[in-house]
Design a protein around this ligand. Structure first.
Ligand SMILES: [Zn+2]
Length: 78
């Protein structure tokens, strides 16, 4: 998975449509990609979000923050 694919999959993830395997891939990318882990690090929210993604739905406030954040990333395209 590259970084763009990672961002795309986050959307699916927010819709709660990822299975456990896909969650694991997202988490692995975040932990192994210095760019993404730097890029997506806003108050640790996304990391915590990804970490718990397989266990429970994200709280609404976290969802909204992550959605806004990703929207900015994917619309500006760098
Ligand atoms: Zn990456």
């Amino acid at each position: 998975m590259d970084c763009r694919e990672f961002a795309r999959r986050l959307w699916t993830f927010l819709d709660g449509e990822l299975d456990d395997g896909a969650c694991g891939e997202l988490r692995a990318h975040l932990e192994n990609c210095p760019e993404c882990s730097e890029h997506y690090r806003f108050e640790g929210v996304l990391r915590a979000f990804v970490r718990q993604c397989c266990q429970e739905p994200a709280p609404e406030i976290v969802r909204r923050r992550v959605i806004r954040f990703i929207a900015r990333l994917t619309t500006t395209e760098g």
